[in-house]
Design a protein around this ligand. Structure first.
Ligand code: SAM
Length: 294
């Protein structure tokens, strides 16, 4: 059954709520509310919510989406930063005993345990919140992003959009681009298009040491246009000045040294990570990829 019977009903909820709150939506906080019922109903369908699902919503706003989650899942956690909206949501959803509203910045608060995350994200936190979600265990996320940001999930090595998030999301999840969403589906209308994305967490990853690989990818992608050799040698030189001794010649024979970082696929990065860790040894390796060793 659809959650909102029409966009007319949804729009009425949005405009009446904003009037009651007497607020102007803040663009800095990404307060663009969905007013197209087809999109919300589609999101709910894609999430395939079961009665035992524990759901996380980031950015509850005035409850456009929350309203559709609370009577479907077992438990719904909603994180909202704006205190005025938290007060509104608490009142709006008061008849549901399975809701917990957390006031705070979703990037900073401890996330509760959940198995599905369904959210129209505030776009200014897209990057940190996606990395944070990827560190958690969950089954499925149905998330709305700015289109250009979501494009990075599907970018191929060697293209301009290929970045750290492309590698990390593909390491940990299978993604599908579900829909492009027009600016007119939101109030106030943003200037950009959005993409609705489905993210299914992988059960197994191709790397064993997640922490080391994660730091390694961060280390390399800070200078993604440079060659792996340049980045490594620069770091080693700095470490040598601080007293470390590293046999540079042993690195020269490694495969991939001449490659520019942004041309390397996930599989190649994983292979290189294994090779170099073995060649250099655990201790020095953790110093090389440590952000604290400048
Ligand atoms: N869920 C509503 C919808 O679907 O229309 C609102 C989504 S709106 C795009 C994003 C919401 O995230 C806003 O209500 C905003 O106040 C909230 N928000 C902004 N930054 C946040 C943050 N760092 N942590 C949690 N919520 C945040």
């Amino acid at each position: 059954m659809d959650c909102w019977t029409s966009s007319f009903e949804l729009r009425k909820h949005v405009f009446d709520s904003l009037k009651e709150l007497n607020i102007t939506p803040s663009s800095q906080r990404g307060q663009n509310f969905l007013i197209d019922s087809n999109i919300i109903n589609y999101q709910i369908k894609q999430a395939d919510i079961q009665s035992n699902d524990i759901i996380l919503e980031i950015g509850g706003g005035i409850g456009n989406l929350s309203n559709c989650l609370v009577n479907r899942g077992k438990k719904v956690y909603i994180i909202e930063q704006d205190k005025r909206l938290v007060k509104f949501l608490t009142n709006f959803l008061q008849s549901y005993s399975n809701v917990e509203i957390i006031q705070g910045d979703a990037v900073k608060v401890d996330l509760p345990e959940f198995n599905k995350c369904i959210s129209n994200l505030p776009y200014q936190i897209s990057s940190p919140i996606t990395f944070k979600l990827l560190e958690h265990s969950f089954d499925l996320a149905i998330l709305m992003y700015q289109r250009e940001f979501a494009d990075r999930f599907f970018a191929k090595p060697g293209t301009k959009d290929y970045s750290r998030i492309s590698v990390m999301i593909n390491l940990k999840a299978d993604c599908r681009n579900l829909k492009t969403v027009k600016p007119s589906s939101f109030y106030p209308q943003p200037k950009i298009f959005s993409s609705l994305v489905s993210i299914t967490k992988k059960e197994e990853m191709i790397v064993e040491d997640n922490d080391s690989f994660t730091s390694f990818v961060r280390f390399l992608f800070t200078n993604k246009k440079k060659t792996v050799r340049t980045i490594l040698i620069n770091k080693i030189k700095r470490m040598e000045k601080q007293g470390s001794t590293i046999e540079r010649k042993t690195l020269d024979s490694l495969q991939f040294m001449g490659r520019r970082v942004f041309t390397m696929s996930l599989e190649e990065l994983a292979e290189f990570h294994n090779q170099i860790k073995e060649r250099i040894g655990e201790e020095l390796w953790s110093d090389i990829i440590s952000p604290n060793m400048k």
